[in-house]
Design a protein around this ligand. Sequence first.
Ligand SMILES: [Zn+2]
Length: 254
Amino acid sequence: MTRSVTVAGWTISLLALDALHAPLRWVYPDAGEDEIAWLPCHALLCRRGAEVMLVDTGLGVFHDAFDMEVRLVTLDDGLAAASCSSDEVTTVVLTHFDADHAGGIVVGEYPDGLAPALPSARVVALETTADLGEDADRIVATLRRAGVRVDRVADGGEIVPGVRLGSAPGHRAGHACLDFTDGTERFVFLADVVHAREHVAHPEWDFLHDSDPELGLATRRAFLQELGGSGATVACSHVDGFGRIEPGPEWVDV
Ligand SMILES: [Zn+2]
């Protein structure tokens, strides 16, 4: 079932896309070596009047990027579950260029028979001069070859009125979060700042996925500190459901 919230003038839905049958240690460092659990990968569908903004796109053509069992859901099916068709999407935001976030923006045969999945949508990502790393460079090159034009937005820049893209480095160079406000209410999409509810109380557990763990932890703590007690509604790419950060910090479901 699609979960949605209405906040800051937007109706925001978590789209359940792919899931990875991943070692539990990815989330809990003390888990047993053989313990495996499903890690969900979400996109976010945000509607405000005629504006339909999609944040991240699932594995898509990079469905074999992870050496594990994967439950695949196409972007079209994910959108359909939220009663949306791909030609309604006006803007796509890619929080970063990991396979499970950016792969669905192209369709067709990898590597040379690809085309944009949402040809009429504007595609946006954070502007950065940092070295993205080999994997992200390969994905950026694939998108370029497929004819996906990515509009770069500066740190803190507005994507559409009331929605800003902000740098959240450490997980990856160029990793970004979104901050929605209408002056009264606020919603923050934390993307991969944390990978589980428990990482809010234990930010030091979430080091495994960071390309720069020290910077990732500093970013994680800064976001959680700032959001703690703010009343903002939050969501994350790999957490099933919406929440709020209470001082502590602690995740509370909403
Ligand atoms: Zn991720």
